[in-house]
Design a protein around this ligand. Sequence first.
Ligand SMILES: *Cc1c(COP(=O)(O)O)cnc(C)c1O
Length: 311
Amino acid sequence: MPALTFPATAHAAEWEGLTPVFADVEPGSYCVDPEAVAKLLTPDTAAILGVHLWGRACDVPALEQLAERTGLVLLFDAAHALGCAAGGRPLAAYGRAATLSFHATKVCNSFEGGAIVTDDADLADRAALLRNFGFQGEDLVVSVGTNGKMSEAAAAMGLASLEALPSFIEHNRANYHRYREELAGLDGVSIMPFDPPESSNCHHVAIEVAEDEAGLSRDQLHQVLVAENVLVRRYFYPGCHRMEPYRSRAGGPPSLPVTDGLLGRVLSLPTGTAVSPESVGAVCALIEFVVSNSDEIVNRLGASFTSVART
Ligand SMILES: *Cc1c(COP(=O)(O)O)cnc(C)c1O
C-alpha cells in the first residue's frame, strides 16, 4: 500500500493482523507505483492495496496484471473516489473490493459510515454477516459478527446527501476550474490536474509548491494562509510510514523519495459547497499576493517560523 494516504488505510490492515508494507507512489498520479509494489512482494504478502488518492485513478490495469500474475487479492481504498471514473467505469468498481467513506469530510456524507463495493457475492454475504452479529435469519447465527449497522439517522442523512451528490460535484468542478484559471501562470504553484475534470468529483484541490520558483516553501505558504483564516491542509503529512506504530518498526521508515518529496510540497485548498467561487477567487488572490511578495513575507516570518515539516 502507499504511505501517501490517511492513516485509516494502514490501520485497517494492522487491525486485521496484517503488517502494512509501504510502496512509493508515482509522481504523476500520486497513487501507488505498480513497479514499486512488484519489488516489495514476498511469499508473505497477503494483498495489494491501492488508494485512489484525491479522486485520481491508480494505474488499475498494471495493478490488475500484477495481482493476476501473483494470485494476490487486489483491494482499493476509494474513500475519495465516489463520483470518479476511469476506463469507462466508476473507480469503486475495480478490485475484489473497494471501500467508500461517508465521513463528513467526504463528498457524500452520512455523518459517519461507509460502504464496501464488491461484485464477489460470497464476500458480500460474509460482510453482511459481520455487520449484524452473524445473523442469517431471525434466529440463525452462522458466524461471529458485530454491530456494524448504519443508524436510521445516518442513513437518512446519507440518502439526502446522495440525492444532492450531482449538485455537490457540479459545485466542486466549478471551484476547481476557477482555481485552475486563477492560479495558471503563477510561478512555483501548480494545481493537481484531473484528466479530464469531468471524470472526477473534484472534491480535493491540491497544489504543489516549488520553493525555488515560488520564493517560499509549502510550509511557509501554509502558515501564512492559516494565519489569514484560509483552512488549507497538509494532507497527508507526514505519511503513514512516519506515523506510529509504523515509524518505530525495525529498520525505521522506508525510503520513499517520491512520497516524501510530495509530502513536502503539496497543500490542499478549501472547496466544497460551503466555499463559493467568489471565495475561491479571494483565496487565489491571496496566494498570488503571497507568492508575488514572497521575499518580504519570508523576511517578516523570519525566526518566528518554525517548521514541523523540516525535522
Ligand atoms: C477518510 C478516509 C478513510 C476513513 O474513512 P472513515 O469513514 O473515517 O473510516 C480511509 N481512507 C482514506 C484515504 C480517507 O481519506
